[in-house]
Ligand binder design. Structure first.
Ligand code: IPE
Ligand code: IPE
Ligand code: MG
Length: 246
């Protein structure tokens, strides 16, 4: 595929770990373990392809309401992942960032994340954004508060508030909106993920569970994306031409 048709930013809702395990009569934990392996593979594939930004939805704000032992297993898994993967991330010139409430996470994980962020901030390859304890509505509320404070202090007037200002007040500030959103395991919903940023994103819902998602599935989603006609509200150019000249 020509480089200009590649998505610049891919966002993924990595869903279906539990169902994958359930179908194999395994505990949900096993699905999460396999899921982490897939996320490693997909990150490398994106780096190899020259994708610039990859956002992985790893843990939502709402996921805290799962059973205690599932949540603590996920935190342990995340902690191990950061130990192993941050070294790999740095070695391969990947820039690491997170979006979501850092302070909700266990303190040891917070430290690892801060260290990873510092260590990799000058890297120039793929940027990996991990969404952890993330809620898009909460992120938007935070942005509203930031802007309201600036109005209150007289730095800007309320008439000056514009879309760019809102974008710049989100945790994804400076990062282009996703071009392609992939959700695995066949659910047709956004589950409080990047509600502002996905306004014009192409959505690709795949039936596979995340632990079965391979590099080939990624390539297939990119291919589907490449064949989409992104109109951003304009009329389809071919149809418009026929109507004017025909
Ligand atoms: C995604 O898989 C992982 C997280 C949300 C942490 P799920 O755990 O949601 O798996 P299903 O949807 O129950 O199959
Ligand atoms: C979305 O998956 C969150 C992540 C993939 C981390 P969920 O499994 O939590 O979403 P719902 O509950 O099916 O909407
Ligand atoms: Mg799920």
């Amino acid at each position: 595929m020509p480089k200009e048709r590649l998505p610049r930013h891919i966002a993924i809702i990595m869903d279906g770990n539990g169902r994958w395990a359930n179908e194999r009569h395994l505990p949900r934990h096993e699905g999460h373990r396999q899921g982490v392996e897939r996320s490693r593979e997909i990150m490398r594939a994106c780096a190899d392809l020259g994708i610039q930004f990859l956002t992985l939805y790893a843990f939502s704000k709402e996921n805290w309401s799962r059973a205690k032992d599932e949540v603590s297993f996920l935190m342990k898994l995340l902690s191990n992942y950061l130990d192993v993967e941050l070294r790999e991330i740095h070695k391969t010139n990947i820039r690491f960032r997170m979006i979501g409430r850092l302070n909700d996470l266990p303190v040891d994980i917070q430290k690892k994340i801060r260290k990873g962020f510092e260590q990799t901030k000058e890297n120039t390859g793929l940027t990996l954004l991990l969404a952890l304890s993330y809620s898009s509505r909460e992120e938007i509320v935070d942005a509203v508060k930031t802007i309201a404070t600036e109005v209150k202090r007289g730095i800007i007037s309320s008439d000056e508030i514009n879309e760019k200002m809102v974008s710049d007040s989100l945790s994804t500030s400076g990062i282009p909106d996703p071009d392609l959103l992939i959700r695995t395991s066949g659910e047709f919903r956004l589950s409080n993920f990047l509600l502002w940023q996905l306004s014009y994103t192409e959505i690709c819902i795949l039936d596979k569970y995340w632990p079965d998602f391979t590099r080939n599935d990624l390539l297939q989603a990119i291919e589907i994306y490449g064949n989409r006609d992104r109109r951003f509200g304009r009329a389809n150019e071919l149809v418009a031409k026929v109507e004017t000249h025909g």
